[in-house]
Design a binder for this molecule. Structure first.
Ligand SMILES: Nc1ncnc2c1ncn2[C@@H]1O[C@H](COP(=O)(O)OP(=O)(O)O)[C@@H](O)[C@H]1O
Ligand SMILES: O=C(O)C1=C[C@@H](OP(=O)(O)O)[C@@H](O)[C@H](O)C1
Ligand SMILES: [Mg+2]
Length: 175
């Protein structure tokens, strides 16, 4: 196992916390969504609109496999990465997987004005977040090696908690 991966619903802080935690642990930071946008040469929202979700999930799986074959890094994922069984298996075998748990209500407060996330561009984003929570909660729990509460805690508290937990487990992988 060589990587550390963050999973969780949109807005749970995977990208923001991942970047800070990587710096703290001295690991390279990679975000699957940023890697996908680089590969596609356009935004995820535009790609979703033009090609649809299945095409996006195909690219996402390919990028996950490529990144987890590379050198150790702190990997922040997109919220839907756990939907495919082969991604869940790949994450568990290649990474120490952390679930950033936060409720739909907390996430709605953060994301109600978001325009980047295609799945939340609907009339009732809170209902959508609740549906995502119901569908994906069990998948996040099944995939994670450990869970941290990221809904009500401050960013720096979540980073501190994760850094301490990783230290406790023998420290970060050598980059
Ligand atoms: N624990 C937190 N407390 C307050 N705001 C947060 C927290 N975690 C993330 N945020 C904010 O929520 C927004 C979404 O965070 P982001 O890292 O993009 O989430 P994700 O990558 O999981 O979708 C950002 O504006 C970020 O600063
Ligand atoms: O939940 C999802 O299915 C998605 C979450 C997004 O990433 P974040 O979780 O970083 O918002 C991004 O991968 C895409 O818009 C799809
Ligand atoms: Mg993100």
């Amino acid at each position: 196992m060589t990587h550390i991966a963050l999973i969780g619903l949109p807005g749970s802080g995977k990208t923001t916390i991942g970047r800070q935690l990587a710096r703290r642990l001295g690991l390279p930071f990679v975000d699957t969504d940023e890697a996908i946008e680089q590969e596609l040469g356009c935004s995820i929202r535009d790609f979703f609109e033009a090609e649809g979700e299945v095409a996006f999930r195909d690219v996402e799986s390919r990028v996950l496999h490529r990144l987890t074959e590379g050198p150790p890094c702190l990997l922040s994922t997109g919220g839907g990465i756990v939907l495919r069984p082969e991604n869940r298996q790949r994450l568990r075998e290649a990474c120490r997987v952390v679930y950033l748990r936060a409720s739909a209500n907390d996430l709605f407060r953060r994301l109600r004005h978001d325009q980047k996330r295609p799945l939340l561009q609907v009339a009732d984003p809170l209902e959508r977040l609740k549906a995502l929570e119901a569908e994906r909660g069990p998948l996040y729990r099944e995939t994670a090696h450990f869970t941290v509460d990221a809904g009500r805690s401050h960013l720096h508290q979540v980073v501190n908690k994760l850094a301490a937990q990783i230290e406790l487990e023998g420290g970060a992988p050598e980059p």
